[in-house]
Design a binder for this molecule. Structure first.
Ligand SMILES: O=C(CO)[C@H](O)[C@H](O)COP(=O)(O)O
Length: 260
């Protein structure tokens, strides 16, 4: 990328850089998946190499695990960590209650388990991820491969009975083949348009046989760090009810961009 980031990448980068300040020596940290979370792994990774920051990371995907090891972060499993101080992850959409849609990158199952096993979850996102109402982004639902078409039909029936706007569930593909998650499952993307009652939908979806987990994160996220292309970052804390804003500098970070 030769040191030149697009405005959207700058926005993702500053959000990640700000959130990386939450990581302190000795912590057990859940590491999210996706392009924003990849910055989050690189930023403290640099502090590990340059400043001797020592913390252990629990990655939410094999992609993140590979990157974390590459940048020098000590990687442990969730079972080794048992409980985490903080999880920092991206999102596909967030609303004013910090309810989320996640799973665009296919890692929603590990992401939800890891975030739920943390004292706090911080989402990092560019400003375009903020929505008034969740659902424009297709909602990922992880299903086991056995009988996935039956699960798909049951989900579509359930959406009709709940009077949800969009009712189409499509199988996520990886080229010619169905996408396979780290846990060996498939993903159905639900094209809903607008989700009226996300809490109810999240509960009902998980009752469908074959569904492992859905990408609605309700009452899990505590803070969101929103990045802007000009270097501004806004941090909102839903529990404290606070909002703070600052501006970060890029110049000193050029070595981080070099290998991206
Ligand atoms: O949920 C996710 C992966 O499963 C990601 O956090 C989400 O898709 C956002 O990705 P990006 O930061 O690349 O926009």
């Amino acid at each position: 990328m030769s040191g030149e980031l697009s405005p959207i990448d700058k926005a993702k980068f500053v959000a990640a850089k700000r959130a990386a300040e939450f990581v302190e020596s000795g912590m057990r940290v859940g590491l999210g998946t996706g392009s924003t979370a990849a910055w989050l792994v690189r930023c403290p990774g640099e502090k590990v190499r340059e400043e001797g920051l020592r913390f252990r990371g629990v990655p939410t995907s094999t992609r993140t695990a590979d990157l974390a090891r590459e940048v020098g972060i000590e990687v442990i499993s969730l079972d080794e960590a048992k409980w985490l101080d903080i999880t920092i992850d991206g999102a596909d959409e967030f609303d004013s209650d910090l309810s989320l849609i996640k799973g665009g990158g296919g890692a929603l199952l590990q992401e939800k388990i890891v975030a739920t096993a943390s004292d706090q979850m911080v989402v990092i996102a560019d400003a375009a991820k903020e929505v008034e109402s969740l659902g424009n982004f297709p909602l990922p639902v992880e299903v086991i491969p056995f009988g996935w078409q039956t699960s798909q039909a049951l989900i579509e029936e359930m959406l009709v009975s709940m009077d949800v706007m969009g009712r189409k569930a499509t199988l996520r593909m990886n080229g010619e083949r169905p996408y396979v998650t780290d846990e060996g499952n498939h993903i159905l993307d639900l094209h809903l348009g607008r989700i009226g009652n996300a809490r109810q939908l999240a509960m009902v979806l998980n009752q469908v046989p074959g569904v492992v987990e859905n990408g609605l994160f309700i009452d899990i996220c505590d803070q969101v760090v929103i990045g802007f292309g000009d270097g501004r970052v806004e941090t909102r804390d839903i529990n404290a009810g606070t909002v703070s804003e600052e501006r970060l500098d890029f110049v000193e970070d050029e070595n981080l961009f070099r290998d991206v």
